[in-house]
Design a protein around this ligand. Structure first.
Ligand code: CTP
Ligand code: MG
Length: 232
């Protein structure tokens, strides 16, 4: 059984929308609804993790969208929220796909491909993209002085969903020991696991700043225009 975990318990400080990022509306629906809907076809169950005090509101917007999901409260860090999501997975969960609510445009096909790529000998799989910008190592303590240029050819930017056997991710979280991480692959890497990236998609962008939300809205509108669908 595969369970999708949408982490939406962040506050969205950089987006500064006045509400937690998962509840920010894109094309008529909150980001967490977009993310849960994207996961649903590839998963047997979906767990949505939101901030303390937002569990009922999340249940409401998911029900309005016709989506069935377990909703639970997250924690102070993304890793805490993932751990809460793991604990809320229904029994029988063997594989988990952890997805950021901040990535509302993950395509069903991308998610299916990523889930399907979790095969021996791999312990974790996620989509990623080779970086396109020139990268510099900078010393912030010295007025932004460039230390050197970093060879970008082997550098990838990682997306979600990140897919694991649930036992692997539970073990990796148990060994976290207070170390700050920004994704779950790192936990598996630290535990010596074999982690693989598959080809991600540009449209699976992460909404961090307000410009990202505008880009996501434009991409959605373009997709809908191409398929002849119009906004209700
Ligand atoms: N997240 C979470 N619990 C936290 C922190 C983050 O579930 N304590 C989730 C966010 O809701 C988001 C994903 O992890 O879907 C990626 O985090 P990020 O983009 O940093 O979102 P926020 O932490 O909400 O944004 P910011 O850092 O700007 O406050
Ligand atoms: Mg954050």
């Amino acid at each position: 059984m595969i369970t999708g975990i949408v982490v939406a318990a962040g506050s969205g400080e950089r987006l500064a929308a006045g509400v937690p990022k998962g509840f920010v509306v894109l094309a008529g629906e909150p980001l967490l609804v977009h993310a849960a809907r994207a996961l649903a076809p590839s998963c047997d169950a979906v767990v949505v993790v939101v901030g303390e005090g937002q569990v009922a509101a999340a249940g409401g917007v998911l029900a309005d969208a016709g989506l069935e999901a377990f909703v639970c409260a997250g924690g102070a860090t993304r890793a805490d929220s993932v751990a809460a999501g793991l604990a809320a997975c229904p029994s029988g969960t063997e594989v988990v796909a952890v997805h950021d609510a901040a990535r509302p445009l993950a395509g069903e096909r991308l998610i299916r491909r990523t889930v399907a790529a979790l095969q021996a000998p791999w312990d974790a799989v996620a989509p990623g993209l080779q970086v396109v910008d020139t990268l510099k190592l900078v010393d912030p303590a010295r007025e932004g002085r460039v230390v050197r240029t970093v060879d970008r050819r082997s550098l990838w930017a990682v997306q979600t969903p990140q897919v694991f056997a649930s036992a692997t991710l539970e073990r990796a979280h148990a060994g976290l020991g207070g170390h700050a991480v920004t994704d779950d692959l790192e936990l598996v890497e630290r535990a010596g696991g074999r982690v693989r990236l598959v080809a991600g998609e540009r449209r699976n962008l992460k909404v961090t700043f307000s410009e990202d939300l505008a880009i996501a809205a434009a991409l959605l509108a373009a997709g809908r225009a191409a398929s002849g669908r119009v906004e209700p």
